[in-house]
Write a protein that binds this ligand. Sequence first.
Ligand SMILES: [Ca+2]
Length: 147
Amino acid sequence: MSDPWWRHAVTYQVYVRSFADSDGDGVGDLPGITSRLPYLRDLGVDALWITPFYTSPQHDHGYDVADYVDVDPLFGTLADADALVATAHDLGLRVVGEGVEDLDTLEALRKLGCDEVQGYRLCPPVPDVELRAWLRHQVVAERSVAR
Ligand SMILES: [Ca+2]
């Protein structure tokens, strides 16, 4: 069985709206994140997990997406997203894109160069009973490895 990179990575989740504001409008944005990537790398971060930055009416702080394949002007442009991913990779950081609700989003995040993607389309929430069973299985597996 393969051992994926993210199993051992320090992953920093960035909430775009609040992380870093590059233009002084009071809202964090993609260029703001890009400007702080060296700082995150110096902290020992291996990967950046970026919350949704797609076009949205912003009733739910960007999670109410109107267009999964474009950047909300509040957060920047597609060119800003390209620059963020390219800069992250230049610094040796991996990028996780969030909000894969359909195949168009998956393709758009892959085109940007995201190393991993996450979202309901790929991994819908697990029912409580299944999650408890999975956690029990993990604990048993860890105990048997420790012996
Ligand atoms: Ca801003």
